[in-house]
Ligand binder design. Sequence first.
Ligand SMILES: *[C@@H]1O[C@H](CO)[C@@H](O)[C@H](O)[C@H]1NC(C)=O
Ligand SMILES: *[C@@H]1O[C@H](CO)[C@@H](O)[C@H](O)[C@H]1NC(C)=O
Ligand SMILES: *[C@@H]1O[C@H](CO)[C@@H](O)[C@H](O)[C@H]1NC(C)=O
Ligand SMILES: *[C@@H]1O[C@H](CO)[C@@H](O)[C@H](O)[C@H]1NC(C)=O
Ligand SMILES: *[C@@H]1O[C@H](CO)[C@@H](O)[C@H](O)[C@H]1NC(C)=O
Ligand SMILES: *[C@@H]1O[C@H](CO)[C@@H](O)[C@H](O)[C@H]1NC(C)=O
Ligand SMILES: *[C@@H]1O[C@H](CO)[C@@H](O)[C@H](O)[C@H]1NC(C)=O
Ligand SMILES: *[C@@H]1O[C@H](CO)[C@@H](O)[C@H](O)[C@H]1NC(C)=O
Length: 705
Amino acid sequence: MSCPELRRFLTHLWPLLLILAPGREQADVPPKAVLLLDPPWSTVFKGTKMTLRCMGFHSRTTGKISWLQGKRYLNEVSESISIKSSGNYQCKTPESSLSDPVHVEFSSGVLILQASHPIYEGDNVTLRCQGKKEEYTKEKTYYKNGEQLHDTYNLDSITIDSVSMFPGTYHCTASVKFWSFDKTRTSNSLKIQVQELFPRPVLIASSSRPIEDGPVTLTCKTQLVLQKPDIQLQFCFFRGDQTLRLGCSSFPELQIPSMKTEDSGSYWCQAETPRIKKWSLRSQIYVQRVPVSNVTLRIQPPEGQLIEGHNLLLTCSVTEGTGLITFSWHRDGTGILGRKTQRFQLAKLQVSKVTEHHAGRYYCSADNNNGPILSKRTQVTVKIPVSSPVLTIRAPRAPAVEGDVVELHCQALRGSLPILYLFYHEDMTLGNSSAPSGGGAFFNLSLTEEHSGKYSCKADNGLGSQSSPKVILNVTVPVSCPVLTLRSPQAQAVVGDIVELYCEAQRGSPPILYRFYHENVTLGSSPAPLGGGASFNLSLNTEHAGNYSCEADNGMGAQRSQVMTLSVTEISRNIAGPATGGVIGGLFGLVLSAALLYHFRTQRNSGEASATAIPSYSPNESQEPPSSRPSTTNTGEPMPYEAQALRDLQPVYSNVNLPRMHWEDKEPTVIYSEVKKIHADGFTKQTSRRESDHADDTGNYENVC
Ligand SMILES: *[C@@H]1O[C@H](CO)[C@@H](O)[C@H](O)[C@H]1NC(C)=O
Ligand SMILES: *[C@@H]1O[C@H](CO)[C@@H](O)[C@H](O)[C@H]1NC(C)=O
Ligand SMILES: *[C@@H]1O[C@H](CO)[C@@H](O)[C@H](O)[C@H]1NC(C)=O
Ligand SMILES: *[C@@H]1O[C@H](CO)[C@@H](O)[C@H](O)[C@H]1NC(C)=O
Ligand SMILES: *[C@@H]1O[C@H](CO)[C@@H](O)[C@H](O)[C@H]1NC(C)=O
Ligand SMILES: *[C@@H]1O[C@H](CO)[C@@H](O)[C@H](O)[C@H]1NC(C)=O
Ligand SMILES: *[C@@H]1O[C@H](CO)[C@@H](O)[C@H](O)[C@H]1NC(C)=O
Ligand SMILES: *[C@@H]1O[C@H](CO)[C@@H](O)[C@H](O)[C@H]1NC(C)=O
């Protein structure tokens, strides 16, 4: 292998070596020293004084210089040496590497072809055809590779523009006068020694198998000789035939921030000066795609617990995976919900205003052309807030009556189960019931009078409670046994007096109609639209003695009071007779008789009572039986004895804590001790034997039907 061929071979091999060991850069090798000739021609005539100077990396060379002729070290250490013999010379300074060899030829001929030195690629080279005796040398002709160059006849020198590394072999001929005749002479054959301006560039990639979406830095590596500081190298990068970057630049690096799979290919670079272009070998770069992995679906709100109308956010992510990733979202049993293709490792899908139909098992999938990978499934539940419930009250009859059992039913038509239902009566809680399945809840209520009023219910399933509209329930209370009282303006009712019959039932829903009876004959009726009692006025005449009663009716069953007897007693006769039962018995008989007299309204002191009403069954052992009809209406004078007796008796009435007494004749068990209060109605009340034990605690003599 010849020397240029070897160099060419090495030049080709060298970038490969650098790719294999990119860390070992040219900078590891110091720049070459440069050998300069003075005079600056590599071919001179024998005997010419030739000085070689060694130029190092730095402008000022210090230290020992090594000189070589061929392979032999010369015994020289100075910067400049003089030489006399032909040969290949090289030098080296301490801080630079060995220079390229320079062939210096000392010619013994009469015609030489000289080339300037040093020559770098792209330089203009001056070739000089020189005779030993120049004045006798004419008709200079220049040849390249044996062929004559045009337009070079008789030129002292020619210039070859922009030489390449291997410019060819030159020689020249000339006519040289020898003695007196001319002779054509041929010069030496000249191989122009062209030095490399910069070595062939090497493309260095930060990675030859980069990960997709990752960056890659390409470097076009070469080194311009130091002797040409004014030349600027330009760098261009290519993938296949395509220029990367917008043209060339003086920057030897190209950064690609994100490599795509389609960016795989063969890359190369070019370094150039205006005259010299050199390009690197091609380097294959293969962009690696990382398959997706760990596909995860995240759901907001967490746990997948949604409330109807809220938004559902589905976030699908992958831990690894490069390039374009296609995300899709699914729910079991339905088609695809959404799809997105993008370069991020995370994608979101929002489902707005969910309804109960959005409940289900969700998953997502991710694919970057290696087949879809699915996430785990996540359950999404949609809870529905309760709607306003409806309260219905079912009663066995209308209107509902005290004692009835009514059924309250509360139901919200919408709302996730379980629902807790609460029942209210006038804002007081009645109770609650949880409905684990649909259909609402029931609550039974046994009605009392107090249960009238407004009812409502509330439904609550943990997402806010809702109240029903209020429902009014009227509990109808049947009338109780009414009490009839007779009121006259004076103790002794006389003909022409207005007697007020007052009837009142303690209980009973209004409106109540009161009817008044005399001996079972209806006297009349009075309504009590708002409840309470009612009165009926009677203008007395002689027919009015006898039994009275009243009736209360509110449509739930009429109730009749006990009978009251209005009678007139002829007091004088009664009191005059001695008590047949003895003093004690007589006294008690009188007391009892009086106790049964319903209190005089009044005016005991006035002593006007001349007619008294006594019970029709009152004992009469010490008195004559009372007349069944008012006998006297003409006298306003109370009988003295009667008045006295009443006056005497009065304290007894008020301190009536007497021992139990038996009325032997007709009333075996009348307990007077329970008569605590005495009304001055002037009429007697007829108590039944049965009920007399339970004389009214409230102080009224109430009849019990
Ligand atoms: C080389 O010669 C050409 C013309 O012959 C000229 O244009 C060019 O500038 C020269 N180059 C140098 C470096 O002198
Ligand atoms: C999978 O992805 C989830 C969510 O991005 C992450 O929390 C988890 O650590 C990942 N698991 C692995 C094994 O990478
Ligand atoms: C429901 O009723 C039960 C008793 O029946 C009571 O302990 C509970 O506190 C009630 N719940 C509510 C929410 O009122
Ligand atoms: C309410 O009463 C009805 C019949 O009156 C009965 O069928 C039902 O079971 C009762 N409901 C409750 C909660 O007691
Ligand atoms: C309940 O009674 C009131 C008066 O007491 C009456 O205005 C209302 O109409 C009644 N409601 C029903 C549902 O019977
Ligand atoms: C009065 O009516 C009641 C019931 O209607 C009856 O029991 C009674 O015998 C009647 N009395 C007379 C005197 O008609
Ligand atoms: C009955 O008479 C009394 C007074 O004597 C009077 O206050 C009352 O309003 C009268 N009642 C009727 C129903 O006329
Ligand atoms: C009044 O009622 C009593 C007892 O019910 C009865 O004995 C008497 O005869 C009645 N009087 C009249 C006038 O009907």
